[in-house]
Design a protein around this ligand. Structure first.
Ligand code: NAP
Length: 326
């Protein structure tokens, strides 16, 4: 701990906790949230330093594994500024008694909205339309121009039906879609609310017209969309991914798009961000976004606030608000 003077009480000595916070969060945080913190702002392109910091608030692009944890021997909490925490070695953290927290809930609706933006943009060929208008070559209304897919009467398949998967599903009845979902546990309230039906993975793949991925990245889910599973999708199906890029084998996806077996892909996330597989970049019928699922002003402020509130709680010997394990 570093010592400092409390501006409101010049006679008191305040001990500030040394913390590392992603520099990119600076504008999203209020001074009051940072009370009693002695902050080192850590830019995304800087390596994780060695030292006696007691907390770190990383972006999802920073790997926090065994080596980093060893370099930060006084660390008490990794407060990830994301709901996904596949950038943190949670086993190594638990072994060192370091708490790991995430930011669940606050980004659910924003990410579900963005998922729908991708569904609509892919089904209705929005990017091709925008490109055509901008190119100056649009020759006017034509009955067969940029024909897309009607959503009404089709089937939306949710692979994963937690917070975001369900929020995506709750928007589906308004578009006249039937909902199938696959998750480890049944969701009776979601089923009652939306008419969704829980099915096994095989049926989900075989019956979805739009397959939307909402499972976290984990050893079981990595690469789950590959040549073999893509071949089990309906011809012309649309694949949407706003979860994590490594759920999909990008080369196999590019091939399915090139061959025309897959009707389209709407993606927000990639295996090696910010790099995108060159074949996928060149593939037809794609809508590719730069990982902006939670990117609304309100949500990003809430995410930063929860991450720092977790730090404040733990450093004040209180339970974390949103731990990823207990
Ligand atoms: P969540 O509430 O934890 O939901 C995860 C769902 O996946 C649950 O339904 C869970 O099943 C299911 N699941 C987990 N492992 C599975 C497996 N092996 N097989 C089948 N189902 C499995 O998480 P969330 O808040 O919805 O977030 C989901 C993911 O979205 C996050 O992990 C994150 O990576 C991603 N995300 C991306 C963005 C973006 O900017 N694009 C923004 C926010 C989140 P049970 O319910 O049965 O446990």
């Amino acid at each position: 701990m570093a010592s400092g003077i409390d501006a409101t009480n010049p006679h008191s000595i305040v001990l500030a906790h040394r913390v590392l916070i992603a520099a990119e969060l600076k504008n999203l945080l209020e001074p009051l949230q940072l009370t009693d913190l002695d902050i080192t702002w850590l830019a995304a392109d800087q390596p994780t330093p060695k030292g006696d910091w007691v907390a770190i608030v990383p972006l999802l692009s920073r790997w926090v594994g065994g080596t980093e944890l060893k370099s930060l021997p006084s660390l008490r909490i990794v407060a990830n500024c994301a709901v996904g925490y596949n950038n943190v070695d949670v086993v190594a953290a638990e072994m060192r008694n370091v708490i790991v927290t995430n930011t669940p809930g606050v980004l659910t609706e924003a990410t579900a909205d963005l998922t729908w933006a991708l569904i609509l943009a892919t089904a209705r060929r929005l990017v091709e339309g925008v490109d055509l208008v901008r190119s100056g070559t649009w020759s006017g209304w034509h009955p067969e121009q940029l024909l897309g897919r009607e959503l009404r009467g089709r089937t939306l398949g949710l692979y994963g039906a937690g917070r975001i998967g369900q929020a995506v599903g709750r928007r589906a009845p308004a578009f006249g879609l039937r909902i199938l979902y696959h998750a480890r546990t049944p969701k009776p309230e979601f089923e009652r609310e939306t008419g969704a039906v829980r099915v096994d993975a095989s049926r989900l793949l075989g019956e979805s017209d739009i397959l939307s991925l909402h499972v976290p990245s984990s050893p079981e889910t990595k690469g789950m969309i590959n040549g073999e599973t893509l071949a089990r999708l309906k011809r012309g199906a649309i694949l949407i991914n706003t979860s994590r890029g490594d759920l999909i084998r990008e080369e196999a996806l590019a091939e399915a798009l090139e061959q025309g077996s897959l009707g389209g892909a709407g993606l927000d996330v990639y295996t090696h961000e910010p790099a995108i597989h060159p074949r996928l970049l060149a593939a037809p019928r794609t809508v590719l976004l730069p990982h902006i699922g939670s990117a609304t002003e309100e949500t990003r402020r809430k995410m930063a606030a929860i991450a720092v509130a977790n730090v404040q709680a733990v450093l004040n010997d209180k339970p974390p608000l949103t731990p990823v394990f207990r």
